[in-house]
Design a protein around this ligand. Structure first.
Ligand code: FCB
Length: 477
């Protein structure tokens, strides 16, 4: 497949034969609590690491915070009505840990749980399957003060929190994701410091990654104990990693980055071990003394589903002396032990995040997980793109975003044809929101949000997606 071919303009009759997805394919859209809810200090919610981080000058572009965000906390009813209007079959949201368990320890906050009870009931009333993520990066600040994810105890706290949410919502939520993208929590949060809590120490990042996975394993067990019928999974963000050339040094750079980006998580979660080459690469960073007997068995507790978030590909090369340091996930400090690897820009079309658009990478990623790791049902739990949008006469004609979705859905279909048991797809995101360190400057939504008025406008991509859902597929190329 090539990069996005333009789909037919919205409203134009398209008579090409339809590309149909399997019956019951779960079409959804995703969000995360801190990115949309706002109401940061309401209903008993206490600060998370993202409140602290975003309120620290210099951390988030233009000093933006999630204090108000999309005000979803107060607009949940009309937001769910909008989801129903688009025909979503499922909605993936996350629970704010400090809203339901302020401080991260002790009893539940009934008011906080109530918000999610109402959300879930509203979804079910509209025939929308709730898909609940327990941890989308908002660690309660007191747990960070006690050491954060590099501290082993945080894993146990996470399992307690999982029980508390399962007890409250387990009767009406079928799909549960423990963690969203542990790579970002560990390596952006504790390695490069680009994300909350903004710490920068390679050994801490590696420890955080392990304790996140340990927390995941303990939470899976807690969820199963509380709700034996729950469908439980984890969401990892995966990238194909390609060497810039066939030169052995470039090939080795790709092996190392693949180790840190993908296999650091896939192997423990799905095989119960850390890859030997990765451990050797990391030997100068850590002796893995934080890994205790039994941890890997806990981490690899069997799952029901695996969630994959896919955005782009990494192309890497061996170090070049004097190469400029790069920002964000290209920052050397995201890659402990492999700081010398260089990320290469190929000059292919990029999104507003500067992420290269690479739909074939989704086919490769899904096939790899299925062919090398697991027969479990897979879900694309996030996929999408940021572009600069313009509101013209009350409309947003986001052709680039629409083309991105179109190309990636074709890729998803290709993966299914290749034998991948892909059971659903969640667009990132339902609506524009607080894009972490980029604040509100990057728009990923299918629905436009005016942050002053909080008016929502479904973009062309949303209308198009509604049609995709309606016919369970899209036009063939
Ligand atoms: C993913 C995050 C999600 C959003 C998208 C663009 O890494 O899970 O919250 O920021 O990227």
């Amino acid at each position: 497949m090539s990069n996005p071919a333009s789909p037919p303009a919205v409203g134009v009759v398209d008579d090409r034969p339809p590309l149909t997805f399997p019956p019951g394919f779960l079409w959804g859209a995703a969000t995360a609590a801190y990115q949309i809810e706002g109401a940061a200090a309401e209903g008993g919610r206490t600060p998370s690491i993202w409140d602290t981080f975003s309120h620290t000058p210099g951390r988030v572009v233009e000093g933006h915070t999630g204090d108000v965000a999309c005000d979803h906390y107060h607009r949940m009813g009309s937001d769910v009505a909008l989801m129903a209007e688009l025909g979503l079959k499922s909605y993936r949201f996350s629970v704010s840990w400090p809203r339901v368990q302020p401080g991260g320890t002790g009893p539940a906050n009934a008011g906080g749980l109530d918000f999610y009870r109402r959300l879930v009931d509203e979804l079910l009333a509209h025939g929308i399957e709730p898909w609940l993520t327990l941890y989308h990066w908002d660690l309660p600040q007191p747990l960070e003060d006690a050491g954060g994810w590099p501290a082993r105890d945080t894993a146990a706290r996470f399992a307690d929190y999982a029980t508390l949410v399962a007890d409250a919502l387990g009767d009406r939520v079928r799909y549960w994701t423990t963690l969203n993208e542990p790579w970002c929590s560990a390596f952006l949060g504790y390695g490069s410091g680009a994300h909350a809590p903004g710490r920068s120490d390679g050994a801490d990042a590696v420890r955080a990654g392990h304790h996140l996975m340990l927390g995941h394993g303990l939470a899976v067990q807690a969820l199963r104990a509380a709700r034996p019928t729950a469908e439980v999974g984890v969401t990892v963000n995966l990238y194909p990693v390609t060497p810039a050339s066939v030169a052995p040094a470039d090939v080795d750079a790709a092996r190392r980055i693949d180790g840190l980006a993908n296999r650091f998580f896939l192997d423990p979660l799905l095989r119960g071990s850390y890859p030997a080459d990765l451990m050797a690469d990391l030997a100068k960073v850590t002796d893995f003394g934080h890994v205790r007997d039994g941890d890997l068995a806990t981490i690899s507790t069997p799952l029901d589903v695996v969630g994959v978030n896919y955005y782009s590909r990494h192309v890497v090369a061996a170090p070049v002396p004097g190469a400029e340091p790069e920002p964000y996930w290209r920052a050397p400090s995201c890659w402990p032990g492999s700081e010398d690897v260089r990320f290469v820009t190929r000059g292919v079309p990029v999104t507003d995040m500067n992420w290269e658009i690479d739909a074939p990478g989704l086919v490769e990623t899904l096939r790899r997980v299925h062919e090398e790791y697991t027969d479990l049902p897979l879900y694309v739990t996030e996929n999408g793109s940021a572009f600069v949008d313009e509101v013209v006469d009350g409309q947003v004609d986001d052709v680039d975003r629409l083309a991105y979705f179109d190309a990636h859905l074709r890729a998803a279909h290709e993966a299914i044809e290749a034998g991948v048991p892909l059971r659903g797809y969640f667009a990132w995101s339902l609506m524009d929101n607080f894009e972490w360190a980029w604040g509100y400057t990057k728009r990923f939504g299918m629905v436009h949000v005016d942050y002053d008025s909080q008016v929502r406008i479904p973009k062309s991509s949303a209308r198009w997606y509604a049609e995709v859902i309606r016919r369970n597929g899209l036009a063939a190329q």
